[in-house]
Design a protein around this ligand. Structure first.
Ligand code: SF4
Length: 370
């Protein structure tokens, strides 16, 4: 059974309704339950669980320290291109936005890699828009080989590829694949993705299966919060992780919780998620999946990030730029605005004051390269 078949067999609306009707007594019972299951997830997400955020947060923190110690892995995105042929209404790279597009040359990629690695960052996430003739597999594979000497871990967040294409990138040195479904609510998905290959909902749903078959060390997923009701998205993601873990058991899994940020275009957020709900969301995933990597981006403010690191976060971006060439002084158009503008050094210093050990390197490409 493909994930698409499995996904369409789920009654997520019913699970959301169940979550919304959970009593306080059920919440209390769950808090005393030692081991949680997927069927407990609606309780963790329920509106009544908001009254128990403190014990929920304490349990999330204890599990994280038990599994990961008091460490925080740091990474940064590196955008190679802002060309894109899709029209996604929430994104600064959307095709109809009129500005000069760029694709970094070899020289620019190297300059960018040197500038980023000089900040201490060893884990890099390479990103492009979806424009295969401008930044396709050949280009990305070449870019990976160019930057390999500067980083110990390379991830990608690019257009969906075939399994054999992913295998080529793994061979070149990529260890992590990130694919956000954006929203798991199909009707909403069709409203936000107006045209281009990304408008194929089911095709995107199956992308992580191809990544799992290819053998990535880590698979990251998530939804862009603000596109649809957060409980619906959380339930869909939990089922997606559960499905993937059973099939691609050699891979590790990670999730992140991006909330829509402002960008060069305009977008009205129809389904905002509050800070308190975000805390519940993060704690719920930590309790259900104790070994899950949980990542926090610079989309969130410094103040909120400083609070969230204690709840179950295992990695965070730092010193980020979301425009191609951003670390080496380019003024190209960015994908979205960032909120926490602290440098890598400042983030490390803050983590130390909170008793965390910031980790710039906890993985080495030599482990996967030939
Ligand atoms: S979200 Fe991705 S596919 Fe959509 S416009 Fe932005 S870069 Fe392109």
């Amino acid at each position: 059974m493909t994930f698409t078949d499995y996904f369409h067999s789920l009654d997520l609306n019913n699970l959301v309704k169940r979550s919304e009707s959970i009593s306080q007594a059920e919440c209390e019972r769950l808090l005393n339950k030692p081991k949680l299951q997927l069927s407990d997830f609606p309780v963790l997400l329920s509106p009544n669980m908001q009254s128990y955020l403190e014990p929920l947060a304490q349990r999330a923190q204890a599990i994280t320290i038990q599994r990961f110690g008091k460490t925080m892995s740091l990474f940064a995105p590196m955008y190679l291109s802002n060309w894109c042929y899709n029209r996604c209404t929430y994104c600064g790279f959307s095709m109809e936005l009129d500005y000069e597009r760029v694709v970094l040359s070899d020289e620019e990629i190297l300059k960018e890699a040197k500038a980023l690695s000089s900040t201490g960052i060893q884990h890099v996430l390479l990103l492009t828009g979806e424009a295969p003739d401008k930044a396709g597999v050949d280009y990305i594979e070449h870019a990976v080989r160019l930057i390999k000497p500067y980083f110990s871990s390379i991830g990608i967040e690019i257009q969906p590829l075939k399994t054999v294409e992913y295998q080529r990138l793994i061979k070149a040195g990529v260890d992590t694949l990130t694919v956000y479904q954006e929203t798991y609510h199909k009707e909403s998905y069709m409203i936000y993705h107006l045209s281009g290959k990304k408008s194929r909902f089911d095709h995107r749903l199956e992308t992580l299966d191809r990544g799992g078959e290819a053998g990535f060390h880590r698979l990251n997923l998530g939804a862009l919060l603000g596109l649809y009701e957060w409980r619906y998205e959380a339930l869909a993601i939990a089922h997606h992780i559960d499905y993937l873990k059973k099939r691609y058991w050699k891979s590790k899994f990670g999730i992140s919780f991006p909330r829509i940020k402002s960008f060069v275009g305009q977008f009205d957020v129809q389904y905002p998620i509050s800070d308190k709900e975000l805390v519940q969301y993060i704690c719920a995933f930590r309790l259900l999946f104790p070994d899950l990597g949980i990542s926090l981006s610079t989309r969130e403010s410094e103040t909120l990030r400083n609070q969230l690191i204690h709840l179950g976060i295992t990695s965070m971006s730092a010193g980020s730029h979301t425009e191609p060439g951003g670390y080496s002084g380019s003024d190209a158009t960015c994908q979205f605005d960032i909120s926490d503008e602290r440098s890598v050094e400042d983030v490390c210093q803050y983590l130390h004051t909170q008793g965390f050990d910031p980790m710039l390197k906890d993985w080495d490409l030599q482990l996967v390269s030939d």
